[in-house]
Design a protein around this ligand. Structure first.
Ligand SMILES: [Zn+2]
Ligand SMILES: [Zn+2]
Length: 197
């Protein structure tokens, strides 16, 4: 087949593999076009070989779909993570915190001490203003918001129900058990339950 061809209708020079498209694009309503189209379809080399321009469209399409899936998946993950968090994540540097306090929490199920897990309120994407770094029971209160937090707020971050303690002590002094007890710096809070789950 010749390197170039001529359109039978307008005689313009076109590459053989582009003639069909030229007819479709330039002479879509010419009376000879349907017949010429049929004839050209029978000839080899009239359609674009694989690997020229058509796969580029497919690639762009694939890239777009993959990007949407990845972004969509991340978006869902991000939203799920954010909406399951009681407080906005702390994003400031340590010197920009409103305050950084520590309170020690001890929880008892009957006479058995309950281990408060490390990394409560810490994840790859979020630092909660109330969190733990280890299993010592130290609650770190590190916030960029000028407000106080309560023991109930820590339970929410922990994912536990405050429920009905039988006894609650703040710095060794019995108080009426309540999730509203505010967390201050360098306190120790003991909370006793018949059974803690
Ligand atoms: Zn701390
Ligand atoms: Zn911390």
């Amino acid at each position: 087949m010749a390197k170039t061809d001529h359109c039978p209708i307008c005689n313009v020079a076109v590459k053989p593999e582009n003639l069909l498209r030229h007819l479709n694009d330039t002479h879509p309503r010419h009376p000879d076009t349907p017949r010429l189209r049929e004839e050209l379809r029978q000839e080899p080399g009239r359609t674009r070989p694989r690997g020229s321009s058509a796969p580029i469209h497919i690639k762009k399409w694939h890239v777009a779909v993959v990007a949407l899936l990845v972004l969509g998946g991340f978006g869902v993950y991000y939203l799920t993570t954010i909406t399951s968090q009681p407080f906005p994540c702390v994003t400031v540097t340590p010197d920009q915190l409103a305050y950084h306090w520590h309170t020690t929490l001890k929880v008892y199920s009957g006479s058995t001490p309950v281990t408060i897990p490390a990394n409560v309120g810490l994840s790859a994407v979020c630092v909660e203003p109330l969190h733990t770094h280890d299993t010592s029971g130290t609650i770190h209160i590190e916030t960029d918001v000028n407000r106080l937090y309560s023991i109930g707020d820590f339970y929410r971050v922990w994912g536990k129900s405050f429920d009905s303690p039988t006894q609650m002590n703040v710095n060794g002094t019995a108080v009426s058990p309540s999730p509203s007890v505010v967390l201050y710096d360098r306190e120790s809070i003991d909370i006793h339950y018949v059974s803690f789950a």
